[in-house]
Design a protein around this ligand. Structure first.
Ligand SMILES: [Zn+2]
Length: 445
């Protein structure tokens, strides 16, 4: 009964037309309520009801799930849904390449499309209806307001200059919804972002750990220092060393954020003192299963089922990130995780996602190489450093760079913008290497 009332209340909060003022009032109420004992267990009850509705909806309306789930999704209810879900097949990123098969609404009803960044080849497309987009934006804005109740001038320093990436777009919408001023500067060059900071004096920054490392270094070089009220960082795991560096320089607590285009952008919440990432259990049902397997595990592959999506709900989606369950004593009644990196050979270099195999193939095919490539990744002073070692005496360094930029154009921006140092060594002997390429990553986890 209480869960039903909360479901109805949550649905009204998630509605599209919440004013910044109302949002701030809600944030105040929710801040107290979430920390009270009354909230314990309630989000999970709401979650089960929403999960049952999602399975039924997806199996009836999306061609993909009609085929994959129809028989299993019939007649599930709040009591049986978790057991039923555990028997359902996983959905993989490769399935989503045929994104139209996942649509539950006519394409004409989409209010936004966003694409995933990083992977080689055609990016995955994720469609959103206008209503669900507004709901996601409201919830993120509410999360911002729960963490900070004063003025908001937010530098959105995410190094993407163009494209349909969800990060900059949804951060801009959420800051507006929270009644703040978004400054989506989107430049690969930290010096330019710093010029915008001097001009508008933001009190908060939304960025990625690699980009903020480069921006902080630039600020140090130029002798610019400002005291900030909030730093929100996502896009790659945040290690303690970087976290302390940012917090010390900018005088602000650092909030880590996790999300992905497929699950609707950022889907975690962390209060200033949180030491783990709380999942947005109103919009996601989360499982962790053993790496590459199917058994539930304390540590392993993250699997998400979306709970409120209209255009493209995803059921048991194996997103490719690894995590473990983690405890936080802040009192939020939402389960929390610690991120552990990728479950495939995807690397995050200076904030850019690349596949080691694709990089190695691009370089190994150049004239003069012996076909063997070694990648060494370190972190120095908060900045990633990639050393690419190529076997073969007559390999042209410029050609190697061109091959890398050809495979991943964003990598060039990352190197030009000082988020990644790149060293190329040619003429080395890698004959003792068994495979065509090797990766040695010594960065802190
Ligand atoms: Zn917490």
């Amino acid at each position: 009964m209480r869960a039903k009332a909360l479901d109805v209340l949550a649905s009204s909060i998630e509605g599209p037309l919440v004013s910044p003022r109302r949002l701030a009032q809600l944030a105040n109420g929710i801040r107290g309520w979430l920390r009270s004992q009354r909230a314990a267990g309630l989000p999970q009850e709401v979650q089960r009801a929403r999960l049952a509705r999602t399975l039924d909806y997806a199996a009836r309306r999306s061609p993909f799930y009609r085929e994959a789930l129809a028989a299993q999704a019939a007649r599930v209810d709040e009591r049986t849904v978790l057991a039923a879900l555990a028997e359902m097949p996983f959905t993989y990123p490769a399935d989503v390449r045929e994104w139209r098969r996942f649509l539950c609404v006519p394409e004409a009803q989409l209010g936004a499309v966003h694409t995933t960044s990083g992977t080689a080849g055609t990016p995955k497309v994720i469609g959103f209806t206008r209503r669900e987009l507004q709901r996601l934006v409201t919830l993120w804005a509410l999360g911002m307001r729960i963490g900070h109740d004063g003025p908001m001038r937010v530098l959105i320093a995410l190094p993407t200059t163009h494209g349909l990436w969800i990060g900059t777009a949804s951060a801009t919408r959420a800051v507006e919804r929270a009644g703040g001023l978004p400054l989506p500067v989107g430049t690969p060059q930290p010096s330019e972002a710093l010029a915008w900071m001097r001009r508008f004096e933001p009190n908060m920054i939304v960025s990625s750990p690699s980009y903020l490392s480069a921006l902080t270094r630039q600020a140090q070089e130029e002798g610019y220092r400002a005291r900030l009220d909030g730093l929100t960082l996502g896009g790659e795991p945040l290690d303690d060393e970087r976290k302390q560096r940012f917090s010390a320089y900018w005088g602000s607590s650092v909030q880590e954020s996790y999300g992905a285009t497929e699950i609707g952008g950022p889907q975690t919440i962390a209060l200033p003192d949180c030491r783990a990432l709380h999942l947005n259990e109103f919009h996601l049902y989360t499982e962790i299963v053993e790496p590459g397997g199917t058994t539930p595990a304390e540590e392993g592959d993250l699997v998400f089922t979306t709970l409120t999506r209209e255009a493209m709900p995803l059921v048991r989606y194996r997103i490719g990130d690894r995590a473990r369950w983690d405890a936080c004593d802040c009192g939020l009644p939402l389960r929390s995780i610690k991120l552990l990196g990728r479950s495939d050979d995807m690397l995050t270099l200076g904030g850019a996602h690349v596949e080691a195999q694709v990089l190695a193939d691009a370089v190994a095919g150049l004239p003069g190489t012996a076909g063997r490539v070694a990648l060494r990744i370190e972190r120095e002073g908060g900045i990633d450093h990639l050393t690419l070692r190529v076997e073969g005496d007559d390999v042209d360094e410029g050609a190697v760079r061109d091959a890398l930029w050809g495979a991943y154009p964003r990598l060039r921006d990352t190197v030009d913008g000082a988020q990644l140092r790149l060293t190329i060594e040619t003429g080395v002997d890698l004959s003792r290497q068994v495979k065509g390429f090797s990766v040695r990553d010594t960065r802190p986890g």
